[in-house]
Design a protein around this ligand. Structure first.
Ligand SMILES: [Zn+2]
Length: 459
């Protein structure tokens, strides 16, 4: 077994900040030892401060290509629902090659910003008109190809989408590329399982789109099928993102969506509730107590006018959170964490609202939350620089003006809460360097493919 050693000026370890840190990586890409305060002459020196790579738990890769195109006012008040019509129009012509090119560009952007793994909530399954490809998992497999090319870790979360509203309502014709019954859906899961098994950069879970798009019978059947294939895989679901969704759910069954989910399924630590914006206090405490993670996407939630998550109550109840870039109007852990805190400051008119306690750093508190929550809900050995975990490492440029003269948690606070210049200089995934000096190793090729795809889709 060949072991490579990387030496950093400082690194954030589970024990806290340490200087002169040497991380050894085995040939499978896992961390085999971590030493600090010792000079190791045989190690490759990387200047800067090392952090565990940030997990991005919620991505719809295809939406990267339409980011920014839904910002023109319509004839009436614009909402999530008018945005969704623009998105449906854009993806109508997208081919497998297009999706792969868009996803690769997106993953390059994620890596350069400090995300080293992604949960791909992929619902564009079939060809135009809803005709399946010869390989029913074609589109999801293309996101895996894109992830491998860009060198990001990925948890495939193929989306189960069957209905157009609560109670098994007929789907909208514009949703036909998303739709599957249990059998065909489980074929997709099985193809992804075959392709990912034994690859430490790949993980697998499922994503019932929302309680609007599945029934409890269908989801129960799919979870049983998943459990027969692999143990305790993650389950991600959009929930309570929009007030109208909560109202429709109450009108249909008399219950709020989070209450309904918790009553119907055994929601525990394999679950990730995406958004969960509109919860009663009782729902908030119940989700926190369940051990599930809430996947927050503050930039998308702001862009879509969703609302603000009840973070103070949820975190006080020991709730777990992670972040995602969702619609990709922004691809940056800095912007997601900054906005998460700022939303709370704007409504409470206080500062450092989400800090862990007196004197705690807000940036460090938020980073700790999303590293452990992200690792949990992506189901992979990531989120901490410790032996046995993937060597997924983000290095901050401590000579950058925003970070110069800072150390320890002040580095994280300055990274998240000051300036707009990128501060990530080097990124390693499974010990492989994919960003060097702020540039991705395949940046030019991947960008050329992306441009060709956008030219074609815009014709
Ligand atoms: Zn989403």
């Amino acid at each position: 077994m060949t072991i490579r050693k990387l030496h950093f000026d400082s690194a954030l370890l589970p024990s806290g900040w340490q200087n002169d840190v040497t991380i050894a990586v085995d040939d499978g890409g896992n961390i085999s030892s971590v030493d600090s305060e010792i000079a190791d002459a045989g190690a490759h020196h990387v200047a800067g401060a090392a952090l565990p790579g940030v997990p991005n738990v919620h991505s719809h890769a295809h939406q990267r290509a339409m980011a920014g195109l839904a910002e023109r006012a319509g004839p009436d008040r614009d909402s999530f629902w008018t945005w969704r019509e623009v998105m449906y129009g854009f993806l109508a012509r997208m081919t497998p090659d297009d999706l792969q090119a868009i996803a690769a560009q997106l993953y390059v952007e994620m890596l350069k910003s400090g995300f080293t793994s992604v949960g791909e909530f992929q619902y564009l399954h079939h060809g135009p008109g809803g005709t399946p490809y010869g390989e029913t998992a074609e589109m999801s497999l293309r996101t895996l190809d894109a992830a491998d090319h860009a060198g990001i870790g990925i948890t495939s979360l193929p989306t189960l989408y069957a209905y157009g509203g609560f109670g098994g309502a007929e789907p909208n014709p514009r949703q036909e590329r998303f739709l599957n019954g249990a059998d065909r859906y489980l074929d997709i899961v099985s193809s992804l399982h075959k392709r990912s098994q034994g690859n430490p950069n790949h993980g697998l879970g499922i994503s019932p789109h929302s309680l609007r798009a599945v029934t409890s019978e269908l989801l129960g059947e799919v979870i049983a099928g998943l459990d027969a294939l692999t143990e305790n895989a993650p389950i991600h679901i959009h929930i309570a993102e929009q007030v109208r969704e909560v109202e429709d759910c109450i009108e249909w069954c008399g219950k709020r969506p989070v209450d309904l989910l918790m009553e119907t399924f055994d929601v525990g630590d394999r679950w990730c509730l995406i958004h969960a914006t509109h919860m009663s206090d009782d729902e908030t405490r119940a989700v926190a107590a369940s051990g599930a993670v809430v996947g927050l996407c503050p930039a998308t939630e702001a862009n879509l006018g969703d609302g603000i998550f009840p973070a103070p109550l949820y975190l006080a109840a020991q709730g777990r959170i992670a972040i995602g870039s969702d619609s990709h109007i922004s691809v940056s852990p800095v912007e997601e964490l900054r906005l998460l805190e700022y939303g709370q400051r704007l409504i409470t008119r206080e500062r450092n609202v989400l800090a862990a306690g007196a004197h705690a750093s807000t940036g460090r508190t938020l980073l700790n939350h999303v590293l452990s929550g992200g690792a949990q809900c992506l189901g992979r050995a990531i989120g901490a620089l410790s032996v046995g975990n993937r060597a997924d490492i983000v290095v901050l440029d401590t000579d950058a003006p925003a970070l110069y003269g800072r150390e320890g948690d002040a580095l994280i606070d300055s990274w998240i809460f000051s300036g707009n210049q990128p501060c990530v200089s080097n990124v390693f995934v499974g010990g492989v360097q994919v960003v060097a000096g702020g540039r991705h190793i395949h940046e030019d090729d991947i960008l050329a493919d992306y441009r060709a795809t956008i030219d074609r889709l815009s014709e």
